[in-house]
Design a protein around this ligand. Structure first.
Ligand SMILES: NC(=O)c1ccc[n+]([C@@H]2O[C@H](COP(=O)([O-])OP(=O)(O)OC[C@H]3O[C@@H](n4cnc5c(N)ncnc54)[C@H](O)[C@@H]3O)[C@@H](O)[C@H]2O)c1
Length: 261
């Protein structure tokens, strides 16, 4: 368990869910981990659990990134994990006809602006060594249209493309800074709570959500974390600008896939 020994790894949105699992996996692999989150308390709690450092960071705030750069001017890995669906506060319409401009912008501010600011910080923080790994958590929703969550899908598609711009830019600069995107689908975290509820209907909703997933289950945050460990490690030295799906096989097929050969 020493694949990340000697590396400083920063995770955004590390206070729970996928980010917390990535932070824990990095720590197990010997990294010095900085857990960041908009929710300072959860970042501190996770940092304590894994023996890491913590800092409050709202990824949409340029000032917060400046503070992070002051505290951590050098890093080896940044995981741009923080993200929102837009349904956290209330289940308002997010379809292309009825979504409000305010909600559209709020989702892009976190998912896209946050990732842009993170990549910009990371390039500077990795330039000294001339090497590093930036991991952007996009989504299956960045690869297909999602009518009921249009801003989320748009923001995640932009994250996918920005990942490739960053990868090419760093390569052009002669920097060994790799940038890749991970595209999860249906990973059981608190992000799903507004959609699944917590009443007796939760089990039925879980079953309905995974009915179209070839592996017929939700994924676990730890399964995404395993992929992040690979991308952060030197084993992935030849991977940049890549997009990795982790979705129980969902994107391998489509509505056009015949049920029987
Ligand atoms: N869970 C899934 O099924 C799934 C699928 C595809 C993609 N993703 C992506 O994975 C990432 C993590 O998702 P999750 O399921 O763990 O979500 P989650 O809601 O369980 O956790 C998100 C974390 O991000 C933090 N956060 C929210 N806004 C922030 C901000 N502005 N600045 C900093 N931190 C902020 C929250 O406080 C929370 O700790 C997200 O980018 C999400 O879009 C998740």
């Amino acid at each position: 368990m020493t694949r990340l020994t000697g590396k400083t790894c920063i995770v955004t949105g590390g206070g729970r869910g996928i980010g917390a699992a990535i932070a824990a996996a990095f720590a197990r692999e010997g990294a010095q981990v900085v857990v960041t989150d908009k929710d300072a308390e959860s970042a501190e709690r996770v940092a304590k659990e894994i023996g890491g450092d913590h800092q409050r960071l709202d990824v949409a705030s340029e000032d917060d990134w400046r503070s992070l750069a002051a505290a951590w001017p050098q890093c080896d890995t940044l995981v741009n994990n923080a993200g929102i669906t837009g349904f956290e506060e209330a289940m308002r319409p997010h379809d292309p006809e009825n979504a409000s401009l305010e909600d559209w912008r709020a989702v892009h501010a976190v998912n896209l602006d946050g990732t842009f600011l993170g990549c910009r910080y990371a390039i500077g923080a990795m330039r000294g060594k001339g090497a590093g790994s930036i991991i952007n958590i996009s989504s299956r929703s960045g690869l297909v249209g999602i009518p009921a969550a249009a801003a989320y899908a748009s923001s995640k598609a932009a994250v996918r493309n920005h990942t490739k711009s960053v990868a090419l830019y760093c390569a052009e600069q002669g920097l060994n800074i790799r940038c890749n995107s991970i595209h999860p689908a249906a990973i059981l975290t608190p992000m799903w709570d507004p959609m699944l509820g917590d009443g007796p209907e939760r089990e039925a909703r879980v079953a309905a959500f995974v009915a179209d997933t070839p592996l017929r289950r939700f994924g676990a945050p730890e399964e995404v974390a395993a992929l992040a460990v690979l991308l952060a490690s030197d084993e992935a030295a030849y991977m940049t600008g890549a997009e990795l799906n982790i979705d129980g096989g969902l994107l391998a097929g489509s509505a056009a896939t015949p049920e029987q050969g």
